[in-house]
Design a protein around this ligand. Structure first.
Ligand SMILES: Cc1cc2nc3c(=O)[nH]c(=O)nc-3n(C[C@H](O)[C@H](O)[C@H](O)COP(=O)(O)OP(=O)(O)OC[C@H]3O[C@@H](n4cnc5c(N)ncnc54)[C@H](O)[C@@H]3O)c2cc1C
Ligand SMILES: *[C@@H]1O[C@H](CO)[C@@H](O)[C@H](O)[C@H]1NC(C)=O
Ligand SMILES: *[C@@H]1O[C@H](CO)[C@@H](O)[C@H](O)[C@H]1NC(C)=O
Ligand SMILES: *[C@@H]1O[C@H](CO)[C@@H](O)[C@H](O)[C@H]1NC(C)=O
Ligand SMILES: *[C@@H]1O[C@H](CO)[C@@H](O)[C@H](O)[C@H]1NC(C)=O
Ligand SMILES: *[C@@H]1O[C@H](CO)[C@@H](O)[C@H](O)[C@H]1NC(C)=O
Ligand SMILES: *[C@@H]1O[C@H](CO)[C@@H](O)[C@H](O)[C@H]1NC(C)=O
Ligand SMILES: *[C@@H]1O[C@H](CO)[C@@H](O)[C@H](O)[C@H]1NC(C)=O
Ligand SMILES: *[C@@H]1O[C@H](CO)[C@@H](O)[C@H](O)[C@H]1NC(C)=O
Ligand SMILES: *[C@@H]1O[C@H](CO)[C@@H](O)[C@H](O)[C@H]1NC(C)=O
Length: 612
């Protein structure tokens, strides 16, 4: 049975004048909350599943032509008025809420057997509505490797420039400071869709980071713009922030002007349970129907509520992300036959690559005591101060709430490694990342109730390990077995050890004298190789970048899930455009990469069907 319309808006928009541009749901003609609200007579050219980085771009670009009808199905609610998804500093509050899928991983041997929380955004915008805003395009070598691995030159760095320009819109920082010297303006579009900006509130250590690039220039040169194609060094972070508010797939590609299109229907609270074979096209199974429910079922729940089936005249496009997409394929009989049979699911296409090669970036929070009172620990320890800062943001669009917890980013390589072939795309592509944060930032250790900290997190961005995603049950509401296989190789651990050693060297540099007092206890205890390894395995978690679980491979390859244009191999009427099709995880924060996939993916669909 259908539930009555649910409103999950956390706060009323009227309490946020800064958000005046956003219209309440009632004014948006084509945002639907229940299946039966969809106009009965409508049939759709395209049905898109999932409104994240991939799905929002596709929905927008394909509905650009009024003759093309598009339905976008999203399991979560609207993003409108969700304060924690709008105010940048509050994004860390979105985990384990109604906007999260609440997943956990399988026990990770590389994490000393721990399972970790594995958040994924569940609202319009997907994880682009809950992420930490870091905006990196990946290296030119990374894109050129995508071209090589897929046999499609269209994925090369040079060819992707046009799609980056269509997507990016560089805007001013919240504090309006002069950003000359913090990025290379000539590399950035100001006419795209997702707003990108540099930080809008200073940190007490900004000048020390820049000093570090002079003092340790050999290892950590200043990089004016890590989005130039060449990533190595330390630089200012570009962020998906529209001056003071989150810019996401939802705010950029599903803003009211686009939702007003009569040919674009967006249904929220619609959980897709499987896709359905509709026939056979020249010997291939065709999948042009999508089954979903608008019953409100939590992860791990069950429901026999009636399902609704909707069909696409041209294609179904999966954009449910690196977890959701392979899960839907498996539930629909597309995947490894033995695994499906064991759960009583009839195999329609036996493809062992579905769910294989899931990859992620481990993240380790290296914390230090600092000699400053101007850290965000003050805000996190003091609800009154946090409320004051939110009021400042509300009234002026200024103050500490305008940025995420991340300050500068740095990227580096290990000079050599004893464990195996280099995993990076080339000599200007990093093995690891360091992330400066002005306070205690950890998902594994609670913040001490007092004290002031700095975190220099390290992330392994070029893992050799590959994991997997498999179904745990045939219940579409159960979470799948998510095994990113963190630190699954000695090579991976070696790179993280090198990264922590590099961070300790930075902390000991003159630039940090009188600021960094000493490492926090867990790091301080990591004084021997064995203790360092134990520290890494005990304290690492994820930087939330799962990818590659339904990978592209060259046309005609005997492995892989999609062709280089996202079309599912040996299936008709079905395409995938999201993080799951990446052939290798980028050594970068992936949201920009997935947005660009969306832009080129949309162009390929339009080309195929002659849509102008
Ligand atoms: C906490 C967090 C922080 C992050 N920080 C950064 C960062 O700083 N920088 C960066 O570049 N990247 C970051 N990321 C990663 C980035 O957001 C993702 O890589 C990107 O959003 C992936 O895009 P996607 O389209 O593949 O999936 P998503 O954006 O996750 O979108 C998938 C959508 O599909 C929906 N969906 C899934 N299953 C179903 C179903 N069965 N039925 C209907 N709908 C479904 C989901 O609800 C979601 O809306 C972060 C992610 C998280 C979770
Ligand atoms: C935001 O400001 C408006 C008036 O400017 C006020 O009415 C509202 O309560 C404020 N909201 C918050 C959360 O501070
Ligand atoms: C910003 O700074 C640069 C370099 O210092 C200077 O050339 C430029 O004029 C400044 N821009 C503005 C708008 O003040
Ligand atoms: C900025 O990028 C342009 C285009 O690649 C390049 O020619 C120029 O040298 C860069 N500027 C700086 C200061 O690096
Ligand atoms: C995630 O957990 C929160 C808090 O318990 C809950 O409100 C929410 O409904 C859960 N999300 C899902 C998809 O189950
Ligand atoms: C995993 O990826 C590798 C390439 O990186 C590929 O050779 C292999 O076939 C993939 N495995 C599966 C099961 O698809
Ligand atoms: C931090 O605040 C305390 C208490 O107000 C004060 O004693 C101390 O000097 C301050 N430290 C710094 C570095 O400003
Ligand atoms: C918390 O913040 C408020 C508002 O700035 C301030 O008045 C108060 O002293 C702070 N409390 C503590 C314990 O620091
Ligand atoms: C399902 O998950 C549980 C642990 O949560 C595990 O014990 C069980 O083996 C899994 N079953 C399958 C078929 O993966
Ligand atoms: C697709 O079908 C061809 C021809 O039957 C077969 O050789 C190939 O292995 C199949 N690929 C996948 C991924 O199923």
């Amino acid at each position: 049975m259908e539930k009555p319309i649910r409103r999950r808006r956390a706060m009323h928009l009227s309490s946020y004048p800064v958000l005046g541009l956003l219209l309440p749901i009632a004014c948006v003609a084509t945002l639907y909350e229940r299946a039966e609200q969809l106009p009965a007579s409508t049939s759709y050219d395209f049905v898109i599943v999932g409104a994240g980085a991939g799905g929002t771009v596709l929905a927008n670009r394909l509905s650009d032509n009024p003759a093309t009808t598009v339905l976008l199905l999203e399991a979560g609610p609207s993003n409108l008025g969700v304060a924690d998804a709008i105010i940048p500093f509050l994004s860390t509050r979105l985990g384990s809420t109604t906007y999260d899928w609440n997943y956990t991983t399988t026990p990770q041997p590389g994490f000393a057997g721990r399972s970790i929380n594995y958040p994924r955004g569940r609202l319009l915008g997907g994880s682009t509505s809950t992420n930490t805003f870091a905006w990196t395009r990946a290296s030119n070598e990374e894109w050129d490797r995508y071209a090589t691995l897929t046999g499609d030159d269209g994925w090369s760095w040079d060819n992707m420039q046009q799609f980056m320009s269509m997507n990016e819109k560089f805007v001013a920082s919240a504090d309006g400071h002069n950003t000359t010297g913090q990025y290379n303006a000539s590399l950035h579009s100001t006419t795209g869709m997702v707003s990108i900006s540099l930080p809008g509130y200073p940190h007490p250590f900004d000048s020390r980071v820049i000093e570090t690039t002079q003092e340790l220039s050999e290892d950590w040169p200043f990089n004016l713009d890590m989005n130039s194609g060449s990533m190595l060094g330390i630089g200012w972070p570009q962020q998906s922030i529209d001056t003071s508010s989150r810019s996401s797939g939802a705010t950029a590609y599903l803003s009211p002007q686009y939702l007003a299109r009569k040919n674009l229907h967006v249904l929220v609270n619609a959980h897709v349970t499987r896709i359905i074979q509709t026939g056979t096209d020249s010997g291939k199974p065709a999948f042009r129907s999508v089954e979903y429910t608008t019953a409100d079922v939590p992860t791990g729940g069950t429901s026999t509520a009636p399902r609704t089936v909707v069909s696409a005249k041209k294609e179904v496009i999966l954009a449910a992300g690196a977890i959701g997409t392979p899960q839907i394929l498996l539930l629909s009989g597309i995947g490894p036959q033995a695994e499906l049979s064991a759960l009583g699911i009839k195999t329609i296409l036996n493809n062992p690559s579905v769910g294989a090669n899931l990859t992620d970036h481990p993240l380790l929070s290296n914390k230090f005591y600092v000699n400053s009172n101007e850290t965000f620990d003050s805000i996190n320890a003091n609800a009154t101060l946090a409320a004051e800062d939110i009021a400042i943001w509300n009234a002026t669009g200024q103050g500490p709430m305008v940025d995420s917890a991340l300050a500068h980013l740095g990227w580096a390589r290990v000079p050599s490694n004893p464990y195996g072939p280099d995993t990076t795309a080339g000599p200007t592509t990093p093995h690891y990342e360091i992330l400066f944060a002005n306070g205690f930032l950890s998902t594994t250790t609670p913040r001490p109730s007092s004290g002031h900290f700095m975190t220099i997190a390290t992330s392994l961005t070029s893992p050799a390990a590959r994991g997997s995603l498999t179904l745990n049950t045939s219940n579409p509401f159960d979470q799948p077995n998510i095994n990113p296989n963190m630190f699954g190789t000695d090579y991976d651990l070696f790179i993280m050890e090198s990264a922590v050693t590099a961070v300790l060297k930075i902390a000991a540099a003159d630039a940090w004298k009188d600021y960094i007092i000493e490492p926090f206890e867990d790091l301080a205890a990591a004084t021997t190789p064995a203790a360092l390894k134990a520290y890494i395995q005990a304290q690492s978690a994820t930087i939330f970048h799962p990818a590659c679980s339904a990978a592209m491979s060259p046309k005609g390859a005997s492995w892989g899930v999609t062709d280089p244009d996202g079309v599912v191999k040996n299936i008709s009427g079905l395409r995938i455009i999201d993080a799951s099709i990446l052939p290798v995880i980028p050594s970068a924060h992936p949201q920009a990469v997935v947005f660009f996939l969306g832009e080129r993916g949309a162009a390929l669909v339009k080309q195929k069907y002659g849509i102008n």
